[in-house]
Design a binder for this molecule. Structure first.
Ligand code: DGL
Length: 270
């Protein structure tokens, strides 16, 4: 059976791409809710309802495991879904934890008490809803002590990337980074806490300078999924082909996705 990968739009393709490169044999089913993108400016109830609806769609298509390749959905909806909604025979994973484990030098399943780690000044770039949820700080506090997090809500950046207006997106990255550096002049690490942003990782790196280590999620989530599937072989399925679905217009989303990823992408209607 395919592993489901969900995002509000195109951003989750950065995770999809990394997983496909790492595990070419594993069928994937991508679902982008392009009709309702962006999520990052919606209220939590709205984000919860949209995430549940789309996750159900992936379950209905035969996915037993769904990855929320969307920080906004992971930050705002995942905990409530796990507590009240996910059926016992299905699994839903977010994209926060692999990133925080990398930042805090932890292996999967290391539940030892929080401890001091190498980094203590961390810049977080994410959508307004992810920043407002404080989910990143909450997950970090389970694993590390003494880490200052300065968060920058990057309003408008997802819209610019969905529209493929790279000039506008790059200008926005520079102004968001400048705003953050005014509040935290010397971060050691920067987290790209939105799956759309890795497309502009080089721009973030340039604006932050060479001394800042930039963390983005694609490879970290792919490595963590590989490890997870090794521990849950019942969820591995070699049957079925990799497909991409959208709630938006398949034609225009295929064109936008091809531009976004720099690879030929074909979407079908969800
Ligand atoms: N890729 C989503 C994320 O990681 C973007 C959210 C949005 O649609 O604003 O947060």
């Amino acid at each position: 059976m395919p592993v489901g990968i969900f995002d509000s739009g195109l951003g989750g393709l950065t995770v999809f791409n990394a997983i496909r490169q790492r595990m070419p044999e594993q069928p994937l089913l991508y679902l982008g809710d392009n009709k309702h993108t962006p999520y990052g400016v919606r209220d939590p109830e709205d984000i919860y309802e949209l995430t549940v609806r789309n996750t159900q769609q992936l379950f209905d298509q035969g996915c037993d495991l769904v990855i929320l390749a969307c920080n906004t959905a992971s930050a705002v909806a995942l905990r409530r879904m796990q507590e009240t909604w996910i059926p016992s025979n299905k699994r839903v994973l977010g994209v926060f934890v692999p990133l925080i484990e990398a930042l805090t030098e932890r292996k999967w399943g290391d539940n030892s008490p929080p401890r001091e780690v190498a980094v203590n000044q961390v810049a977080l770039f994410a959508t307004p809803a992810t920043v407002a949820s404080r989910a990143f700080q909450r997950e970090l506090a389970f694993r590390a002590v003494g880490v200052d997090v300065e968060a920058q809500p990057c309003g408008g950046l997802v819209d610019a990337l969905e529209m493929n207006d790279l000039e506008l997106a790059e200008a926005m990255v520079h102004s968001h980074v400048a705003a953050l550096l005014r509040r935290m002049p010397k971060p050691q690490a920067a987290v790209l806490g939105c799956t759309h942003y890795p497309i502009l990782e080089h721009v973030f790196q340039e604006a932050l300078g060479p001394d800042v280590t930039v963390y983005s999620q694609g490879n970290l989530v792919a490595a963590s999924l590989e490890d997870y599937l090794r521990r849950h072989p019942d969820l591995i399925g070699a049957d079925g082909a990799t497909r991409c679905m959208t709630t938006g217009d398949p034609k225009s989303v295929s064109v936008a996705a091809t531009r976004f990823l720099g690879k030929h992408m074909v979407f079908e209607a969800a």
